[in-house]
Design a protein around this ligand. Structure first.
Ligand SMILES: [Zn+2]
Length: 363
């Protein structure tokens, strides 16, 4: 089994690091000044589940009952008050300011041709669509690879950007819209033909399904569930690992895809054992967020490895794994011996919730 890690740090092109803290975006000055900060109290709910995960936010009513209402959809598209998010691959135009960022939305009359998705309706009744426009239409370049992003605040102005870069800078509405639109666009781009007979399929249901004109079969967007887990030992040390496909010094918690016919709990126990040789117990859920690069749903957990167990990395996917006390992690981060995942990732938030305070993370 050599399926790539589902991770938020996969070697697929990503873009620049973004600062943490949905809601009050600003740039960290350095270690200890990460914005995800102020974790106490407001970052978890009463059940210990993480709240405000960057890509788990949304404020629109998805209006699922309208997806097959052609009359309503036509009227919404004809309304100049409707707003459209135009995608160029996985990027959209973003307006960067001193206090965050916002998507640049256009009226339907200014949207290009392309597959159209109904994203939802806001409280004021404004309808939002996305259009997967032509590649290069926004003059968006290739997304930079992991580790190549600038560690400085983005310059003010308007330019194309991707979710990794702006996920934490956007407000709830925009973060949710962008995440949904990229997930749908990725699916349409890669599921163009009927898996039964190879006929090109056509978008239906306002971009939320495709139908084969030859046999009438309907096909729905794919989401790949993945578990991501922070493992602790009897001394409450945290297990962090380096994946061979990541940039040097990048470490994170373990993750893996849930396989067909497998429960989430089984996947977690299996992945930890395969990657590190550890047997874990006491699993508990800590939150989830979509990671549509290209189609993962990250299911976050904590787990415990009791007793004295030896770490044996698989050597194939995981190159190195070790325990960190909080003091050791702080020191390693300050000296840049290790680089933590970006604040937009659920991994970052889970590590911070164990650590108990803000930590810097970057690409
Ligand atoms: Zn077919």
């Amino acid at each position: 089994m050599n399926r790539a890690s589902p991770g938020e740090h996969s070697a697929t092109p990503g873009d620049a690091p973004g600062p943490p803290r949905p809601g009050t975006p600003r740039w960290p000055k350095g270690p200890g000044d990460s914005v995800t900060g102020a974790l106490a109290g407001e970052a978890e709910n009463a059940e210990g589940v993480l709240t405000g995960l960057a890509l788990a936010r949304s404020s629109l009513d998805r209006a699922t009952v309208r997806r097959d209402d052609e009359e309503w959809l036509a009227a919404a598209w004809a309304d100049e008050g409707t707003r459209v998010l135009v995608l160029d691959g996985a990027q959209a135009l973003v307006s960067f300011g001193a206090d965050g960022a916002g998507l640049v939305l256009v009226p339907p009359g200014r949207a290009p041709e392309g597959v159209r998705f109904l994203l939802g309706v806001d409280e004021a009744g404004v309808v939002y669509f996305a259009v997967a426009g032509p590649r290069g239409g926004l003059k968006a370049g290739p997304l930079p690879g992991p580790g190549t992003g600038p560690e400085q605040p983005p310059a003010p102005g308007v330019r194309p950007a991707g979710l990794r870069e702006v996920g934490v800078l956007l407000g709830d509405r925009d973060a949710g819209m962008f995440t949904e639109a990229v997930a749908l666009a990725n699916w349409h781009a890669t599921h163009t033909h009927c898996p039964r007979d190879g006929t090109p399929t056509e978008p239906i249901s306002a971009g939320h399904a495709r139908r084969c004109p030859a046999d009438g079969s309907e096909h729905f967007p794919r989401v790949d569930p993945a578990v991501i887990m922070l493992v602790t030992d009897d001394d409450d040390r945290c297990l962090l690992a380096h994946n061979r496909s990541w940039p040097p010094r990048r470490v994170s918690i373990l993750a893996g895809f849930v396989e067909p016919g497998e429960s989430v709990e089984h996947a977690l126990i299996r992945e930890v054992r395969e990657e590190t040789g550890l047997a874990v117990t006491a699993l508990h859920y800590v939150g989830s967020q979509p990671w549509p690069m290209p189609r993962s749903l990250m299911l976050g957990f904590r787990a415990h490895a009791p007793g004295t167990q030896e770490i044996t990395v698989d050597g194939e996917e995981i190159a190195e794994a070790r325990w960190f006390t909080r003091d050791q992690l702080r020191a390693a981060v300050l000296t840049k011996e290790v680089l933590l995942p970006p604040p937009v990732s659920i991994a970052h938030r889970i590590i911070e919730s164990w650590y108990g305070a803000a930590l810097p993370g970057s690409w």
